[in-house]
Design a protein around this ligand. Structure first.
Ligand code: ZN
Length: 219
């Protein structure tokens, strides 16, 4: 059955990595595929979906004023459409994706559920209303709890100030649990330790070496 799917998760939950892996699979199996990225700013020269792990796949960019039918063109039998950054879609564009799914196109949407002020993005809200199914891609906060909020970090603090989308600002984003989201509005977020990262890398390397030695010895 063809359906409209919504995969949501916080910043850093590997949504784009999942989208790229799927795109490669469809591409390898020669399934008609269109990969889209909803963007506020569409000036990129060679648009790609890219994950933090370095995986990437070329895509078409579209902006809130575009009509999805014009971008996708005539639906082909068995066609799949993957949409990344779907939160930037308008409600109307989500309705257009719904219509395409009704016409037999498999639609897989990836994006954030809520903005840095913990409220729905327009596109995500509409998807939660009309998607056939909703999947959460879970992520862990730096404290170990489940991360559910997308914190905007400015000068080491979580901020609730500013427009929903800030283009070219010097802020960063991090998925946090509700407790840390509240706490770090009032105190500085600790820098993620260089030292402990290095230790982790070393012990990890050692484990791999031991495992590969064992594998060698058992040959
Ligand atoms: Zn936390």
């Amino acid at each position: 059955m063809k359906a409209l799917h919504f995969y949501y998760g916080v910043m850093g939950s590997a949504k784009s990595a999942d989208a790229v892996m799927k795109a490669y699979k469809y591409h390898e199996n020669r399934i008609p595929l269109i990969v889209l990225k909803s963007a506020i700013d569409t000036r990129e020269d060679s648009p790609v979906i890219k994950s933090r792990t370095g995986l990437r796949f070329p895509c078409k960019l579209f902006k809130p004023t575009d009509n999805i039918f014009d971008i996708v063109g005539e639906p082909k039998s068995g066609m799949v459409v993957i949409v990344d950054e779907v939160q930037f879609c308008t409600s109307k564009q989500i309705d257009q994706l719904r219509e395409l799914a009704n016409q037999g196109v498999e639609i897989q949407c990836y994006g954030l559920k809520t903005n840095f002020q913990t409220h729905f993005f327009e596109g995500s809200q509409r998807l939660l209303e009309i998607a056939d199914d909703i999947h959460e891609i879970e992520s862990v906060c730096r404290c170990g709890n489940k991360a559910i909020f997308n914190a905007r970090i400015v000068d080491s603090r979580v901020t609730l100030e500013g427009p929903e989308v800030q283009i070219g600002g010097d802020e960063s984003y991090e998925g946090l649990c509700p407790v840390c989201f509240e706490k770090y509005q009032h105190e500085d977020l600790p820098k993620l330790g260089q030292k402990s990262d290095t230790n982790l890398d070393k012990s990890q390397t050692q484990t791999w070496r031991q495992e590969s030695d064992t594998a060698e010895n058992t040959k």
